[in-house]
Write a protein that binds this ligand. Sequence first.
Ligand code: 5GP
Length: 115
Amino acid sequence: MSNHTIFDKILSKEIPAQIVYEDDFVLAFRDIQPQAPVHVLVIPKTKWVGFSALQDAAPLAVGEFFTRIAKVAAQLGLDAKGYRVVLNNGRDGQQTVDYIHAHILGGRGLTWPPG
Ligand code: 5GP
């Protein structure tokens, strides 16, 4: 597992991203390959490798991360019609970047179940 992932580089502004929200706890930016009209990734500034790592994380820090996901979705105007939050974890979960990230997907009716 790389400890200097593409998201570490986006966080440190080494590589550019379309940032939609930033505060002391998170950075949110548009996915480079959007799967919906709105597709934003939210990463915590405290790095966890993936969702599994949250079992050992400080609950307050996890709470800051999750409240920001909801806040970003609201700021993107998604509250009225709804949206989906996805956290892919590990190989079978199709996680491709070893830095925890929440996908916010919205702007169209999404199908279920996922593949
Ligand atoms: P995962 O499959 O790990 O849950 O999601 C990783 C996401 O990161 C993918 O949706 C992919 O399109 C996105 N992504 C990969 N590289 C970059 C990049 O350099 N910039 C941005 N903005 N998104 C990226």
